[in-house]
Design a protein around this ligand. Structure first.
Ligand code: KG4
Ligand code: ZN
Length: 335
């Protein structure tokens, strides 16, 4: 079965083609990062306009890369949310037109289900499974007892991890997106500052990063006012150690409580070298999976993979009234 995935929820226009939810024939991603860099973050209206500009070309490139034509496609899966509404609508509309024109069944996919299923491309998910989702918009612990059923057991009370990374990077004068830059600097720095580990000991699976973020920004501000030299690498390393300590500790607690068979880490921050290292060093009794870097940040292979399993498991297809949603509940995705 050939599934075409379409993703446009933020600043990447992406189309992929997968055979049977796994075998990646094409994975085309047109990134707008260089355009948004000048503004220090994604500007929604510019993002929508760039999607409009690039979307047709991305479909075309993916078909050429995969060596197939629209007539060969059996299912088209598209991100329906959550994300920037103007951006989502462009991918959804493009997918609908292809679906209508070539009579291909259509399925709308939750972006986070996509991030989770990115892991299934390279290894089979084994249930029960715990997924730590860490991206620019989400920080969640999700329990899966079977394919395409998601139970959220914890989430951030305020900022998402990637969001905190990006804000701190901006204060430190690093370029957008800040996550990869802070990660790189942190590998070159020492943990000179003892930053708080918010909610590390609480009796739940929730997170909070806004207090830590403010702590880092305030220290930076106070040091500047006192005319002290800022060791950017040490700031990055100290922040990264604090964040990854909390993520690893809470994840370990959930692994023990739910006796899961495996852990997957998903979303853009799954690309973080410190998190990869610390999680693997601390979770040794069950397999720990991180997607390859190209499947960590937004792509459409993950949407095709999730769409395939949504269609196979739930026998679900969508109609032409499929719409975009800036907010969307993951738990409802598997119902
Ligand atoms: O999953 P993603 O591409 O988009 C969302 O769905 O949000 O994640 C983007 C986020 C950004 O906040 C970016 O700074 C962060 O992932 N990120 C990283 C790294 N690579 C990307 N954060 C920390 N370390 C990295 N190496
Ligand atoms: Zn994402």
């Amino acid at each position: 079965m050939l599934v075409m995935g379409v993703e446009s929820s933020c600043d990447e226009t992406a189309v992929s083609i997968l055979r049977d939810g796994k075998d990646v024939l094409a994975n085309t991603v047109l990134s707008q990062i260089d355009i948004h860099k000048a503004y220090g973050g994604v500007v929604p209206e510019i993002a929508s306009r760039e999607h409009v500009k690039g979307v047709t070309m991305v479909f075309d490139t993916a078909l050429k890369e995969g060596g197939v034509s629209f007539e060969d496609i059996d299912l088209i899966a598209v991100t329906e949310g959550p994300g920037l509404i103007g951006s989502l609508l462009i991918g959804i509309n493009a997918a609908k037109i292809v679906s209508l024109n070539y009579d291909i069944p259509l399925v709308g996919v939750h972006h986070i289900a996509g991030h989770i299923y990115a892991n299934n491309i390279e290894h089979d998910l084994e249930f029960p499974l715990l997924a730590l989702i860490v991206s620019g918009g989400h920080t969640e612990l999700v329990l899966m007892r079977e394919h395409y059923r998601f139970e959220k057991i914890g989430e951030t009370q305020d900022d998402a991890v990637g969001e905190a990374y990006d804000k701190i990077a901006r204060v430190l004068g690093l370029s957008y997106p800040g996550g990869p830059e802070v990660d790189k600097r942190s590998r070159e720095g020492e943990e000179l500052y003892e930053f708080p580990r918010p909610m590390i000991d609480t009796d739940d699976y929730d997170f909070s990063f806004s207090g830590l973020k403010s702590h880092v920004i305030n220290l930076h501000h106070n040091m500047l006012q006192r005319g002290e030299t800022i060791n950017v690498n040490a700031f990055c390393r100290s922040f990264q150690e604090a964040v990854t300590d909390v993520l690893v500790e809470k994840t370990k607690k959930a692994i023990d409580a739910y006796s899961v068979k495996g852990l997957i880490v998903a979303g853009g921050v799954a690309a973080n070298s410190g998190l990869r290292k610390k999680m693997k060093a601390n979770v040794t009794d069950i397999p720990v999976y991180f997607p390859s870097l190209r499947f960590c940040t937004d792509n459409a292979a993950m949407i095709a993979a999730a769409g395939y399993f949504k269609h196979q498991t739930l026998k679900h297809t969508d109609h032409y009234d499929l719409n975009g949603h800036s907010r969307l509940d993951l738990a409802k995705e598997g119902l």
